[in-house]
Design a protein around this ligand. Sequence first.
Ligand code: ATP
Ligand code: MG
Length: 473
Amino acid sequence: MERRLDRPERNTNLPKSAGKVLIVDDESFVRMALNEALRSWEYETIEAGTVAEALELFEQEEPQIALLDIDLPDGSGLDVLTAIKERRPETIVVMITGNVDVENSVSALRGGAHDFISKPVRLEELRVTLRNAAETQSLRREVHHARRERSVAFNFSQIIGQSDAIKKAIELGERIADSDVASILLQGETGTGKDLFAKAIHFASDRSTHPYLAINCAALPATLIESELFGYEKGAFTDAKQRKEGLFEQAQGGTIFLDEIGEMELSLQAKLLRVLENGVFRRVGGLKDIPLDVRIIAASNQNLKKAGEAGTFRLDLYFRLSVIQIDIPPLRERGDDVLLLAKHYTELANQKRRGKKLKGLTPAVERIFKDYEWTGNVRELRNIIERSSILEDGEQITTTHLPADLLENSGGNLSGQGYAIKLPIDGIPLETVEFELAKQAFERTGGNLTQAAKLLDISRDQLRYKLRKSQKE
Ligand SMILES: Nc1ncnc2c1ncn2[C@@H]1O[C@H](COP(=O)(O)OP(=O)(O)OP(=O)(O)O)[C@@H](O)[C@H]1O
Ligand SMILES: [Mg+2]
């Protein structure tokens, strides 16, 4: 292969042979010019002047890249595109068009063309396009691989819970995953599993072999989110030195997860709504409508309807998104699921730390867990088990290492409306209950009678009496 020594090779992205390129154009001087440029960039080249030649060479030589002119003597470059994508879809195809024809462009993009270049071909533009294409391709391979692994990791059966509340959410998720629903709203408090649901829906859908891409609307300013989502054309703004594909384009065929959509700025909400209604979008600074084949899963931990009524969220966007809405229940409304999840996380802790053999929770901890508010939901539970499993020496998770607010906020609301102490079915001597609580108060305060008595709202003497009385029996 020819090597040009007069120009230092600064491009480290390209491997030694950058790949084999099939050049298809009926004009031999165009082929020659492309040929020379491509070879100087270390590509191998093969040439064809007709559809028939192109297909034959494609079969024989198996190029990774094809540059296709549209007007050919015996047909259209679009037919070559279709044939190539049928045979080896991973081939990168760049269309070369004499005049910008929107209809052709849209059908070529739909047909899987990577990009367009208009004639006369500017070599530097071609070079950048090919380099981007190569990156996209290797990324695609990685993503494809990662995706296959992840599709095992993220499915509905991994969502733990037997309560009616969570089962209802899971059933709805499973039902709509494989439907043609274009947008879904997941609403639930922080830590309830919105991320988990979004992935499960994607990987249970026929979109699972296409990308799953996520963006957090709270993490970036609106202008950045806009260019991340829509991409931009060269020169759309000062820093736009090159055209960039946005997430909508990268995720074609797949799913985009718009996390914390309630934080999205109103102006961008309007643009998103338009995209959802029209099914097409434009790059920032672009004039071409690009058809959108992406499912949008939006998530929010606030009530978007209320936000809409308060004017911080567009109600029309809410109505559009909420056609299919899944409400993910807070952990405190999932009954015994909290114990199932606790068991799951203690088992994980055992696997993670050799020598740990945690068998479960003491009955007292179980009770506390069931009563607690869990404002941080499953994430909070996971973190607490994680912490206790590190600190606990015994075989059970006891109250010893639970955070103080967990102990304070559970079972302690005797003075409030709801009494947490329940009468056992067979009854229990009142004195036993008194003694148990007196002992707990005594232990909690480290044996400080005054403080313990205060917790029980009795005098020191009364407390001493109750503790002693039971000891005598
Ligand atoms: N039902 C469940 N079964 C197993 N793991 C769960 C379940 N629900 C949540 N988790 C786990 O809890 C953690 C928090 O869940 P996730 O990140 O999906 O919550 P989220 O609703 O997206 O929270 P945020 O609003 O803060 O983004 C994750 O580690 C997730 O795997
Ligand atoms: Mg999340």
